[in-house]
Design a protein around this ligand. Structure first.
Ligand code: HQG
Length: 184
């Protein structure tokens, strides 16, 4: 069956839910690094009304606007690149960050953020972007967007560990208030 753009986005969002937060929703397991068996994923999706072919899954992985998922080499396994809330060992490599990174948030969170810094909440990490445009669109998901400029280079020098996901999202455990300011 051909999928239109709307169906593709709906199914892609459902795959995010499965691979980041709740594989049990379709009765599958992820291994300790977050990988799912492609055949089991497809069978589980079909069972919940998201019946897609392997080729359609390939297309979703390839065309996804933020490159949210990746296959292993022989495409028998699939995982989400970032955004998990499940306790996993994502096998991320430490990397030296650029001097400046950005975090997009919403104005309603600012009082708490000014008080306790950026915390990861239910996710594995605080998510940071390379550019302000991406940060703005991330922040807009939660309300009126505020962009925080993060002194990532300074944090790194002070011993904080940074990771970069396969799809270019920078990840860190937390950001103390002394390392950011909001951009007017
Ligand atoms: C905020 C999307 C109060 C934080 C995006 C954010 C990203 C605080 C919200 C990825 C806080 C958490 C993650 C504090 C942080 N007090 N609020 N101390 N510290 N916050 O959705 O970063 O499209 O869990 O600023 O592109 O918005 O799903 O994190 O506003 O890469 O692929 O708490 O999700 O990717 O919200 O987004 P989220 P996020 P996808």
């Amino acid at each position: 069956m051909r999928m239109n753009e709307k169906q593709k986005i709906r199914t892609s969002k459902f795959i995010s839910l499965i691979l980041r937060h709740n594989p049990q929703k379709i009765g599958i397991d992820l291994d300790q690094s977050g990988w799912a068996c492609v055949d089991k994923l497809l069978a589980g999706l079909a069972h919940k009304g998201h019946s897609i072919s392997f080729e359609q899954l390939e297309n979703i992985v390839l065309m996804n606007d933020k490159k949210r998922y990746r296959f292993n080499e022989d495409k028998t396994q699939i995982c989400a690149n970032q955004g998990h809330s499940l306790k996993l060992d994502l096998e991320l490599d430490e990397m030296e960050p650029p001097e400046i990174l950005y975090h997009g948030t919403a104005s309603r969170f600012m009082k708490s953020i000014q008080h306790q810094g950026l915390i990861k909440g239910s996710r594995h990490h605080v998510h940071l972007s390379k550019d302000q445009e991406t940060a703005r669109s991330v922040g807009s998901r939660h309300g009126f967007p505020i962009i925080l400029t993060i002194s990532a280079g300074e944090m790194h020098q002070a011993g904080h560990t940074f990771y970069c996901s396969e799809n270019g999202v920078w990840l860190v455990d937390s950001v103390a208030t002394k390392y950011f300011h909001s951009t007017p």
